[in-house]
Design a protein around this ligand. Structure first.
Ligand SMILES: C[S@@+](CC[C@H](N)C(=O)[O-])C[C@H]1O[C@@H](n2cnc3c(N)ncnc32)[C@H](O)[C@@H]1O
Length: 274
């Protein structure tokens, strides 16, 4: 494909995406950017790139469609399951030290993409945390991508997303649908809430309340240090004191902030709000 965005247009587009999402898209990603941009341009019916970019200032629906087109939604069930083990074996037992039976425990999967991570938490706790019924466990999944959140609410998954799940759990928690697609059972689907939220918009994140545990995995890799610092402050503010933060395996807070305590557990290294 020819490079149909001028350097100025490319910069305008990537600056807007950065402002709205915190994600950086450099010149090296031009091919990726132009493919996605070309698709939105065609669907929107705008005359050219310039007209499309001008339209973004006044058309909130197109702005959201553009954001959805640029997100990278890669996810699957039981991804980095050593962290789920740490959650059930060490983190929640620690959290309940300050709770009474029946108390609310809030867990946030942000970003949740198509919901695989949030439902994985629910399944893991049902299978591996004997105290799950003694507390009011609320699992919330949030993402900036409205299409991904819609898919999470529906709970339909292809075989690839379920590949790491033992067959017995697929049978227990998913109903077969046409071809190799499965749908999460209603009881489980209704036990997880999904919302649209932007991690680099502190006010939007604040509307979700506070949490005992936040999983923020595989998002900071797309941010620069400035966005990571905004994210770190937002994550800190969204945690109760003593709450835990779990990042993806290639992500770290060490260069970004010293506000969290670093905690080495048997199965994972995590962060904790003092
Ligand atoms: C690679 S997925 C990670 C999903 C899941 N946490 C995992 O590790 O499997 C990254 C997600 O981040 C979301 N995202 C990007 N920018 C965001 C932002 N500013 N706020 C919230 N979600 C964002 C994308 O829509 C995408 O679904």
């Amino acid at each position: 494909m020819s490079a149909f965005l001028s350097p100025d247009e490319l910069k305008t587009l990537t600056d807007l995406l950065y402002l709205w999402t915190g994600m950086t898209f450099g010149e090296s990603k031009r091919y990726y950017i132009e493919r996605r941009f070309a698709d939105r341009l065609k669907r929107s019916g705008s005359a050219d790139a310039r007209a499309y970019l001008a339209r973004l200032g006044i058309d909130a629906a197109e702005r959201q469609a553009l954001i959805n087109a640029f997100t990278i939604n890669e996810t699957y069930f039981f991804r980095e399951d050593h962290q789920l083990r740490a959650l059930a074996d060490q983190i929640l037992p620690e959290i309940v030290q300050t709770k009474r039976p029946g108390d609310l425990i809030r867990i946030w999967s942000l970003p949740c993409s198509t919901g695989d991570e949030a439902y994985s938490i629910a399944i893991w706790l049902l299978e591996h945390w004997p105290m799950v019924d003694a507390y009011n466990v609320e699992i919330v999944g949030s993402d900036i991508d409205t299409a991904a959140v819609g898919a999470a609410r529906e709970g339909r998954y292809a075989a690839r997303a379920l590949a790491k799940l033992p067959e017995s759990l697929v049978e227990r928690y998913f109903e077969p649908e046409h071809r190799h697609q499965r749908k999460i059972i209603d009881d489980l689907r209704e036990s997880v809430q999904f919302t649209v939220t932007n991690l680099v918009d502190p006010a939007a994140a604040a509307a979700q309340g506070r949490f005992d545990v936040v999983l923020c995995r595989n998002l900071l890799i797309y941010f620069d240090d400035a966005s990571r610092r905004v994210a770190a402050d937002t994550l800190y503010d969204r945690l109760h004191p003593g709450g835990f933060l779990l990042l993806g395996h290639s992500e770290s807070m060490s260069r970004i902030t010293d506000r969290f305590d670093f905690v080495r557990l048997d199965d994972a290294i995590v962060y904790r709000r003092p």
